[in-house]
Design a protein around this ligand. Structure first.
Ligand code: 2HG
Ligand code: ZN
Length: 478
């Protein structure tokens, strides 16, 4: 394709040779995803270093009718950050470039009066944590992939994580955005205003849009006071009902300092113990469920609050054992048991993931109903059930039966339909925090009211009339 070669040469002339990757060995890690389920093709991977360069690349892509797949740390779990495969279902399969923001990492401004930070999209979340820690602040989105995921990625997926209970989803922390629109124009919406009621809240359209409406190039985010003291405990729990019943008990004792209330089952812990070398079971015997609680603040009061919360929890019942981290190192080990699950499950092979939410009071019923239905569809399937109790969000993930590793993926449609049917019946969501990407695009559309889908399509075609921004993601006809 001489036309394409010329076009790529022009991009090279514009950005420099090292910013336009085309060799298969160089592009592989950008066109395949972390889960091992998604892989597509791209004409090139383009790595601009500034908003002006992103704008120029997007403008040229629009002129050449080449699709743009924005990408951050490529840690997404639903296939949203890689091009769709041409041998897939055909939706969104078109010549595309991966637009990787990894060279745009600068912290542009830190304002400790307004408590805001303006940072570029390619900044790694853990680096942002470090940058704001230097001024005694916290940017409170915290997730297992924080060493690789980026600001653009967490904004574009409205990431959740393990502190949502206290601080909310990413959306609640975004004050302003800079976005390159599908025609290449730059929208400078980097306002740091707490109060701004001047018309439609455009920035929120781009939060969670998974790059289908434009490319987020920078964000102005809220910072909160640092919480240098953390008190952490792992509780053995007799049931999911215990975990949900304990939420108000913990909150009453720890108040707004209750930051984390996470849950995982024994099968999840077994995977971590098998695959994460530093992991140890802190209890002498196995339990059905485990809860990780963390109270965070400025000083010693957090220890007293955690202690009070634990005393109340034990009194409430259903907590046969508990262990409190006595040092930062012990705290890390307890966290490893929870945060190591996703990676440990990956080691066992491709998982069938369900990132679902229901009203918190219905979590126990969700698990009970699925424990009846899912193993009946695939005997021996391993239920790797864990998540964020405080947010009503479970990762109802499935691993293949040990004896029949090849049996999971062929059964995945049926298994997923069974999970989603129960979630829908309980008034829940099939995408709590990971987004839709390709994985859930069609299932979500099937569960969305016609009027809601119409509105989404209207937004998409108003902003991206050529359908070039991350095609095949989020909307079934997008
Ligand atoms: C977590 O809570 C993440 O650990 C990852 O959301 C979940 O890998 C997953 O399915
Ligand atoms: Zn999660």
């Amino acid at each position: 394709m001489t036309g394409t070669d010329d076009w790529l040469d022009e991009l090279r002339a514009l950005l420099g040779d090292s910013a336009v990757l085309t060799a298969a060995a160089d592009t592989e890690r950008y066109v395949s995803d972390w889960t091992g389920r998604f892989r597509g093709e791209a004409l090139a991977v383009v790595r601009p270093a500034s908003t002006a360069e992103v704008s120029e690349v997007v403008r040229r892509c629009a002129a050449a009718r080449v699709a743009v797949v924005p990408q951050g740390g490529n840690t997404g779990l639903v296939g949203g950050g890689v091009p769709v495969a041409t041998d897939g279902d055909g939706v969104g399969a078109r010549p595309s470039v991966v637009l990787c923001l990894e060279r745009m990492r600068a912290v542009r401004a830190l304002d400790t009066v307004a408590d805001t930070v303006t940072v570029e999209a390619g900044a790694v979340l853990a680096d942002l944590h470090d940058a704001v820690a230097e001024v005694d602040r916290l940017f409170p989105v915290s997730l297992g992939s924080q060493g690789s995921c980026t600001v653009g990625g967490i904004v574009s997926t409205n990431a959740g994580g393990t502190s949502v209970l206290r601080y909310g989803m990413t959306r609640e922390l975004v004050l302003g955005l800079e976005v390159v629109l599908p025609d290449g124009r730059v929208w400078d919406g980097l306002r740091a205003l707490r109060k701004d009621n001047s018309g439609y809240d455009l920035k929120q359209l781009f939060v969670g849009a998974e790059g289908t409406l434009g490319v987020v190039t920078a964000a102005t985010l809220r910072m909160v006071p640092a919480t240098p003291r953390r008190a952490t405990a792992l509780l053995a729990l007799s049931s999911v009902r215990t975990a949900t019943d304990l939420l108000p008990v913990l909150r009453a004792a720890a108040g707004e300092q209750l930051t984390t209330w996470e849950l995982f089952n024994r099968a999840s812990l077994d995977l971590v113990l098998a695959h994460v070398p530093a992991a140890r079971d802190p209890f002498a015997r196995p339990y059905a469920w485990y809860g990780l609680v963390e109270v965070a603040g400025g000083g010693d009061e957090v220890d007293a609050r955690l202690e009070a919360a634990l005393a109340d929890a034990v009194e409430a019942g259903g907590v046969p054992d508990a262990v409190v981290a006595g040092s930062p190192a012990q705290r890390e080990v307890l966290w490893l048991l929870r945060e190591g699950i996703s990676e440990a499950q990956r080691v066992e092979g491709v998982a069938v993931k369900h990132d679902v939410s229901v009203p918190i009071a219905s979590l126990a019923e969700l698990v009970a109903r699925l424990e009846e239905r899912v193993p009946a569809l695939l005997p021996g399937v391993r239920l790797i059930t864990y998540g964020h109790v405080g947010d009503g969000n479970l990762h109802y993930n499935l691993s293949a039966p040990v004896e029949a590793p090849g049996s999971l993926l062929p059964a995945s449609e049926e298994l997923t339909a069974a999970v989603y049917a129960v979630v829908a019946d309980l008034g829940g969501s099939i995408s709590a925090e990971h987004g839709l990407g390709v994985l859930k695009r069609d299932a979500a559309a099937g569960l969305t009211a016609a009027v809601e889908l119409d509105l989404m399509r209207a937004v998409k075609s108003a902003l991206d009339p050529l359908g070039l921004m991350n095609p095949g993601k989020v909307l079934p006809d997008g």
